[in-house]
Design a protein around this ligand. Sequence first.
Ligand code: 6R9
Length: 648
Amino acid sequence: MSDFIKITSTDIPEINGSFSSHEELYKFSIEKPEEFWGPIARARLRWDKEFTKVMDCNMEKGVFDWFIGGKLNASVQCVDRHCEVDPDRIALIWEQDEPGKEQRITFRQLKEMVCKIANVLKSEGVRKSDRVVMYISISPLAVASMLACARIGAVHSVIFAGFSAEALASRIMDAGASVVITSDQSIRGGRLIELKKTVDAAVAKCPSVRRVLVARRTGNPVPIIEGRDVWLEEAMEAQSVECIPESMDSEDSLFMLYTSGSTGKPKGLVHSTAGYLLYASFTHKQVFDIRDGDIFACVADIGWITGHSYVVYGPLVNGITTVLFESHPAYPDHGRYWEMVQRIRPTQFYGAPTAIRLLLGHDSSYVTKYDRSSLRTLGSVGEPINHEAWQWYHEVVGKGKCDVVDTWWQTETGGICISPRPSAPGAEIRSAMPMRPLFGIAPVILDDKGNVLEGRDVSGALCIRKSWPGIARTVYGDHSRYYDTYFKPYPGYYFTGDGSIRDLDGYYHITGRMDDVINVSGHRLGTAEVEDALDEHFSVAESAVVGYPHDIKGEGVYAYIVLKEGVIQEHKQIIAELRSIVRTKIAGHAVPEIMQICPSLPKTRSGKIMRRILRKIAADQIEELGDVTTLADPSIIEYIIKNHRHCI
Ligand code: 6R9
């Protein structure tokens, strides 16, 4: 890195030694990971039993052990420790969908909720390492339920409450869960979402589920199945406010979370207890310059990794107040975020580029009429942020006074890996790039032959060369899939799936996914998942799905559809049915915006679909199609281009 960042003594006080620059301390974290992470882990987590060895990791095999021999409980880090010091400090501020409505929960109240739910789970026979599925939107009860699982050593698996019943069922079955936690309904932007009904449809296909715990959100009547469904709040009433935490091994699983990849079904990535908690809380503190008394507003849902690491675990381990945002950035109008900022006075705001792009198209008075002077740092996550959105965030929202941090990371990495602020306020920040690796993160860029590209001004596949505490440990039930996806493509390295540029100044830019994953409003979608759903229609012979640039969503879904011979059904009708199939099989956000029916797809002579060409056509870059001579039937391209503008 070209610039010199002064390390202050308060930066990482656990590290002994004199480091005169950021670069020196960074080098130390890479070269001496045991000396770097050991003291930080000892100081920042409360151990029932201290670990005897910092790490034992093998990048060739994809096997990682951190803080070996240590024992601890995640919920103790998040609530008990802070309760002892300051029980009346606010842990959660629930910003409810109804404008102006919020609920504050202290650390003492949170601890009581966690213990009561933990006791409910125990009384339902949930034991250490059992999986509990949660299909619920963000609320104090949802956060308490996650921590309740952690308290008894159960593994929570939160499924984003926008997924369909079928998607939920396949995840419940994959995890073999016997208990599901949900709510009667959820509400977002004034719209009711039928969570319980969706759970009913899903659980009908899942014989492993014995119990459905239902929290009340709207209080509207929902069907209750005798003998299976129990109201969560009523079950909690009978329980004690104490629950002895289960002492877990460092490497015991804390949670699993499904994410899409380029092939097959979504994978349940499994995160560890000690390494994950340390990494989530460490990066939270470093990147956002967290100080005592801060109020952190990350507007992600708990159904995604950002919600896990930076709504729940990071802020709570660090003992600060975290905001649970249940609403929508444009509800009741485009000033929602900033009205909330004026009322709650958070010190940091962490959101997604897609929301920023949605807001910047509207009058800036939606922002400027509210007082945003509490904010110090503005973060961005989930997809590349474009310069226009970055500038608007910086100038209009932050009045040029806040640090804007573009943070790159993944479900798999557990926490932020590349961000302009690994530490020490004061370093230069450039527009729309994550810039610098965090401590302990050693990014490398490889070419397509697997050679490491040294030096500056290079671009290629983004990999990470050394293990870090927050890396996901496996894919639930399928370690070989974990190895094949992340460690086989570039032996000895973790492969992120993203492309990256290291620029002339040594800063990292992310160029986007290199695999068949589309990022729609920050939601990861495998093209294969969408194709599988489309192919289920009886009239569809085959399909190819690609992403195309979309002003607000970042990427939109474009589907090319080939119908079976002799289909006489009207195309409009087929398209309507296809939309409904994707909605039912996956989720609303996976439904293609554009569908084009074509007589066939461009394929190589060996039968491979030329997605590169389909992507270019979808993006309107017809002059950049490149070499099409290897195609089995080049005339199909002309046909697709001609009809590209007339699709539905
Ligand atoms: C945290 C999260 C991960 C994928 C990742 C990349 C994209 C995330 C980004 C970014 C450019 C950023 N991504 N942050 N791309 N700049 N700052 O989003 O996890 O849902 O697993 O998605 O998102 O493509 O590989 P996840």
